[in-house]
Design a protein around this ligand. Structure first.
Ligand SMILES: Nc1nc2c(ncn2[C@@H]2O[C@H](COP(=O)(O)OP(=O)(O)O)[C@@H](O)[C@H]2O)c(=O)[nH]1
Ligand SMILES: [Mg+2]
Length: 277
């Protein structure tokens, strides 16, 4: 389970520094590096979505006054964080920049991608606009390529209904392999169900089996396997090396740059959580 409270970790020994990517120490260190104080939370939840899908509305409804804004570390991009309690557990909600994709074409996309990839939130909520489902599912599928701990909040259902658009959220949940909660956040509808779905995924009561696109042509399979194996050797703690390899094969300059500059290398030599800045 990817959920243990890092404050409960005993003192970190030197070998633990080479911790695997799924280890809570590794994850806590990465979260700290990304600017999240993890000590007082049981679970960290990222909020992703296209712009104007009601992300801020969901964020405000869940966190109320328990929120503050700042910047992403080293960036001028604003970030909002807030907290809430549910089922006796404390959740920290981090609002990611609104993006149409995670291909890191812009700083916003890079921040969102890096948070999901390296921060390894316990749950990533994808807020989707039910009136523009096709465009919104593009981002959802990209998120599901990186993480399997996700919930789709199918928002603006009132608008969809007004336009005569019907969405079968149960079928969508089956197709995507993660919970889908229909909501009209502006009117508070669906939010109790959303809280429950987040909690169930965070606690592993619900185990997601996300739909992954097996998009690579047979011709690149050997190259992909080779690259994945090289990445695993060079960066043993790298989460989701297959995704990183696919991005590299696709010519993603930001990932290439991170590899060249040692940005990814530092990810597995991070100091333990207690000593992180
Ligand atoms: N009709 C309707 N409007 C909504 C709903 N949720 C959010 N909105 C409105 O959509 C607009 C964009 O919402 P906002 O939360 O700022 O979106 P963000 O850009 O994703 O953060 C605002 O005017 C909200 O009041 C909803 O469920 N139904
Ligand atoms: Mg917003």
């Amino acid at each position: 389970m990817n959920t243990s409270n890092p404050t409960a970790s005993p003192a970190i020994s030197a070998p633990a520094k080479a911790a695997c990517a799924t280890c809570s120490v590794y994850r806590a260190a990465n979260l700290k590096r990304l600017g999240v104080a993890v000590e007082t939370w049981d679970y960290v939840v990222a909020l992703a979505g296209n712009p104007n899908t009601g992300k801020s509305t969901v964020f405000n409804a869940l966190t109320g006054l328990r929120q503050h804004t700042g910047n992403w570390p080293g960036k001028t991009v604003t970030r909002a964080e807030g907290g809430y309690e549910h089922d006796g557990k404390r959740f920290k909600l981090v609002d990611l920049p609104g993006t149409y994709s995670l291909l890191a074409a812009s700083l916003d996309e890079q921040i969102a991608r890096d948070f999901i990839l390296f921060g390894q939130p316990d749950v990533t909520v994808i807020v989707a606009d039910a009136t523009r489902l096709e465009r919104n599912l593009n981002l959802a599928l990209q998120v599901l390529e990186i993480t399997d701990r996700a919930v789709v909040c199918l928002n603006l259902m009132d608008e969809a209904m007004r336009h005569g658009i019907k969405v079968d959220e149960r079928q969508l949940a089956r197709d995507l392999g993660v919970p889908v909660v229909a909501a009209s956040a502006r009117f508070g509808k669906g939010l109790p169900e959303l809280l429950q779905a987040i909690s169930d995924v965070a606690s592993s009561k619900i185990v997601c089996r996300p739909h992954r696109l097996e998009t690579e042509p047979a011709a690149i399979k050997p190259a992909l396997a080779d690259l994945v194996s090289q990445l695993k050797t060079a960066f043993p703690a790298l989460p989701n090396p297959r995704w990183v390899a696919l991005r590299l094969l696709g010519g993603d300059d930001t990932i290439l740059e991170a590899l060249r500059s040692g940005g990814l290398a530092t990810l597995h030599t991070l100091p333990p959580a207690e000593a992180a800045p």
